[in-house]
Design a protein. Structure first.
Length: 642
């Protein structure tokens, strides 16, 4: 009776008692989460507008001090409303007003309060995490544990379809660097598979009838492992820990945790595609771990490697790129692998000093290795060593380097997650920004770490240089897929927007770009990262259209707002981003037919707009109803500004 009275009182917070369980609703009432128990195991169910998106699915953890996936009892739920405003310059929306219902479910085992599960339900998202509590053992309290696995599951409708990137087998691929979140997404595939046998990397997108669901995680740091999603028959998916072979076998697949301890947040975004593209849940539920030591300046940049490869990493070519960046009004040049041997530290300092005279700063590439793969590119053996890492960062600070790009990580085990965190912390002490490549998915890191910029964690632009097949399918596999998946949950360092016809220094041979120049402009808007090193080259000042160069000079990299307009994963995307009071509407067509649409653009003012379409710049007029007819060719794009 006392418990039922508690739940009635908590109805004001969206928590209601229901037959067989307790129901928590979003502030607008459209999302419901029902908490229940099945033979001693915690379970949950998620519905959107009454449609079941996740059927009753298991919750719980297995640890070395107890199996918290069975023999439990739900003893109470504490509920509250969450309202928070925060500002981040380097995500899709600079000012966020977060509102959610929180419910903390308390679980006992053999008379002891051993675990809480905290749920946050907003109008777009469900997020939950576990808290493991100290356990009394006789006269002593157990203050640490090992989390061996999670029972966390997601039962999707068997008729759902999926848009998933398979996890690669450990110690495969280039120089045995997999898994590095660099596999191609499947499109509209049936559920019930398990990728290539190793599951799927986050985020994971599903379609159920006319609604969508995105599963991911956020808040992962050195206190946990990076997880994946394991698929089973019938549409059931479960959280999977890293595999033993990852990182050349270094480290355990389990988690070492002090108590009380929290897991990362599991996130579920549900509803129409608008909810998926516009969600901010990856940052809503995390907190800052270290603040920026200075005001970090983001912006546009260039890099020679994507066009010129390793041989372009020489003093004269990097000086030429600094001059090119200055002509474009760009903030930085990324000097890629082998700078330590092909340029040398004294001349890097000379380049940094020359860049200062042009208003251009430098990012330097580093290998993360280590002993976890065979990537030979240097400088290596520094970022994994605390003493050497800090010494190099002091040197970079002293010569005025802006940031670092660290590549070739080795899986998702806890020691590797600690390395990410250590690199970020040491770099922040030296006033350096950090970009990761060949790496794990960022999980709320823009808010957690003040100097974090972006991660690759996707099949990115270097593949356009290496593979004509990747060029042939660029619009489908990248432009029309990543805005619904990878880039939804974190800043994405793709390194694209090429205006060369060919991926070579002379622009006459090599792999051939199949997308249009307007497509390149559109991806500069659609792909989000506060620092963008575009795949432009000095020759583009002469051989690219003037209107394209002018656009690439002024396009922002920091955005205040995003609005999804229309699209379908792998087919097309049309969205709008706002920087200050200026809107950029961008679209990409990956279908085999021209895409003709009449867009409703209420964010724009009535009157004339600039229209980049069919590889030319024209003007057009919005109707009084603020509509505009557009046409996007196959492999092409559209951009509208005002």
């Amino acid at each position: 009776m006392r418990k039922n009275l508690l739940f009635v009182c908590l109805a004001w917070f969206g928590l209601l008692s229901a037959q067989g369980g307790e129901v928590v609703t979003s502030p607008d009432g459209r999302i419901s989460v029902e908490l229940s128990m099945t033979n001693g195991q915690p379970c949950y169910q998620v519905t959107y507008d009454g449609q079941v998106m996740i059927s009753p699915s298991a919750l719980g953890l297995k640890t070395n001090i107890g199996d918290y996936s069975r023999d439990l009892s739900l003893t109470g739920v504490k509920a509250s409303d969450i309202k928070e405003n925060y500002t981040l310059r380097n995500i899709k929306q600079s000012h966020v007003s977060y509102e959610a219902r929180e419910a903390v479910a308390q679980y006992e085992q053999q008379g002891q309060h051993v675990m809480d599960i905290t749920f946050r339900i907003s109008n777009r998202d469900v997020a939950f995490r576990y808290t493991i509590l100290p356990k009394k053992q006789g006269r002593d309290m157990t203050m640490c544990c090992v989390v061996e696995s999670e029972a966390t599951a997601f039962q999707l409708p068997a008729t759902a379809t999926s848009f998933l990137a398979p996890q690669a087998k450990p110690m495969t691929g280039f120089a045995r660097t997999a898994p590095s979140y660099e596999t191609r997404y499947g499109i509209d595939e049936p559920v019930g598979k398990n990728g290539w046998g190793q599951g799927y990397t986050f985020p994971c997108l599903f379609k159920a009838q006319d609604l969508w669901l995105l599963i991911s995680e956020t808040g992962t740091d050195g206190g946990y492992v990076g997880c994946r999603l394991l698929g089973e028959e019938g549409g059931r998916y479960q959280i999977g820990f890293p595999q033993q072979e990852e990182g050349n076998g270094w480290g355990s697949t389990s988690v070492q945790m002090a108590l009380p301890g929290h897991t990362p947040w599991r996130t579920i975004t549900v509803g129409p595609l608008k909810n998926i593209v516009e969600t901010t849940v990856a940052w809503d539920v995390v907190k800052t771990k270290h603040a920026a030591t200075r005001h970090y300046e983001y912006g546009k940049g260039t890099w020679s490697w994507i066009i010129g490869m390793d041989s372009s990493c020489n003093f004269d070519e990097q000086k030429r790129y600094i001059d090119f960046a200055a002509q474009m009004g760009y903030r930085s040049v990324l000097i890629d692998a082998l700078w330590d041997t092909q340029i040398g530290r004294p001349r890097i300092a000379e380049l940094a000093e020359y860049g200062k005279t042009k208003g251009v700063g430098l990012y330097l590439w580093y290998n993360s290795n280590g002993s976890w793969n065979d990537a030979p590119q240097s400088p290596r053996g520094i970022m994994d060593n605390s003493t050497l890492r800090k010494a190099d960062m002091r040197w970079m600070h002293d010569i005025g380097i802006l940031g670092i790009k660290v590549d070739f990580f080795g899986g998702d085990k806890q020691p590797m997650m600690r390395l990410y965190e250590d690199i970020l912390s040491d770099a922040n002490d030296a006033g350096l920004m950090v970009i990761f490549h060949g790496c794990t998915l960022p999980r709320g890191w823009e808010r957690m770490y003040g100097n974090y910029v972006a991660s690759e964690a996707v099949l990115a632009s270097e593949n356009l240089h290496f593979s004509q097949g990747f060029c042939d399918n660029e619009a489908r596999d990248c432009g029309a897929m990543y805005p619904f998946t990878r880039n939804v949950v974190g800043s994405m360092d793709f390194g694209g927007s090429a205006l060369n016809k060919f991926y070579s220094a002379d622009n006459k041979r090599g792999t051939q770009r199949k997308t249009s120049d307007v497509y390149a402009l559109a991806t500069a808007v659609i792909f989000q990262s506060a620092v963008q090193h575009f795949a432009l080259a000095p020759n583009n000042l002469q051989d690219a259209p003037r209107w394209a160069i002018d656009f690439m000079k002024q396009v922002p990299t920091e955005w205040d707002e995003v609005r999804f307009i229309d699209g379908y994963p792998g087919q097309y995307i049309i969205l709008a981003r706002r920087a200050g009071d200026k809107w950029y509407v961008a679209g990409i067509n990956a279908t085999d037919q021209p895409l003709k649409q009449t867009l409703s653009l209420p964010m724009l003012n009535e009157g004339t707009v600039s229209l980049y379409q069919n590889n030319q710049l024209t003007t057009a007029k919005l109707t009084k109803k603020k509509t505009l007819k557009i046409e996007i060719p196959t492999g092409g794009g559209v951009v509208i500004t005002q």
